[in-house]
Write a protein that binds this ligand. Sequence first.
Ligand SMILES: C[S@@+](CC[C@H](N)C(=O)[O-])C[C@H]1O[C@@H](n2cnc3c(N)ncnc32)[C@H](O)[C@@H]1O
Length: 352
Amino acid sequence: MLKSLLLQCRAGFEAECAAEITEHCSAIGVAGYPKFIPQAGYVVFELFADPLDVIQRVPFRSLVFVRQWCACLPLFEELPTHDRVTQLLDPIAQLPVSAELLAEVPDTTQGRELYPFAGKLASALAQQLRQKGIMLPRKARADWRMHLFVLSSQSLFIGVSPRRNGSSLDMGIRRLKFPGAAPSRSTLKLEEAWHWFIPQMEWSDRLGGGKTAVDLGAAPGGWTWQLVKQGMFVTSVDNGPMAETLMETGQVVHETQDAFYFKPAKPVDWMVCDVADKPARVTARMLEWALNGWCKEMIFNLKLPMKKRHEAVMQCLQMITDALDDAKITYRLSARHLYHDREEVTCHLDLR
Ligand SMILES: C[S@@+](CC[C@H](N)C(=O)[O-])C[C@H]1O[C@@H](n2cnc3c(N)ncnc32)[C@H](O)[C@@H]1O
């Protein structure tokens, strides 16, 4: 009965999401085809294989544009408004057992309006599923998590994802509060990047303890603010002005230089880069830092062109992989279209 994957993404990135799932499935020898409506915020991938098997074999963290996913039952449509739940119970009983149910909607204007409704429906559904023994109590251990993805008051998808190969967050969205003292909203991108790329238990080792950092394209200082907040000593490179409050901390040196030519006097722990330029040019610059051993870890944004965004990201990642493999440098590279990213993706290169 299960034959599809449901993949959530930022509205407008359905083609990228479709291209990447097609590629990943083909890499494990599985065929399928994507179906999506542009700007809908999700893609359905019809598989010629068992979706429960596929969703365990494709590593979720290797996907860039997919925020959240599940192996789903066919769309439920025209559910009776007086009782939406009863006819869902038998099909759900065929799914692997789970102990939690995420209420989700497409991340679009129309979708977000349905979010409170989705939450209420999920509570009612979970209650009935538990009463009937189809779903485990909240605190039980289960290998799967269930998803309710609501498209309208009468149509929805239901599916499951492996707990260790998916996102525990509704819609895969990390909601962060904007810190009022930060000089720009961009600050949330770096904070979200740390949440995604660095396990929380490693934050104090990898971010704390008075580390050194370079911030390329730093002004007005949203990213520098995050580095300073972790106690780092930061060289902020930008021709534009940095926020006075940051300079007053005594932890920031402002260099009014070109980020493409700046060299650190000695290696630093972190380099971050939010310069808006061609992705290939930024990538080449990041490689120069990696090959010279100028930092241990870096986080950088690749601003994407309007067309062929998936290809552009893959080319940049390949460029890094090829050069570092040739140089016999060990590294870990990953990329993610974060919730706070718009026409860009965020990459993490770990050279430790
Ligand atoms: C998106 S903004 C950075 C925002 C910053 N991350 C923050 O959180 O406030 C991009 C910055 O890159 C800077 N920039 C662009 N090209 C640059 C270059 N070649 N050298 C130095 N800075 C550059 C711009 O002046 C701009 O301040």
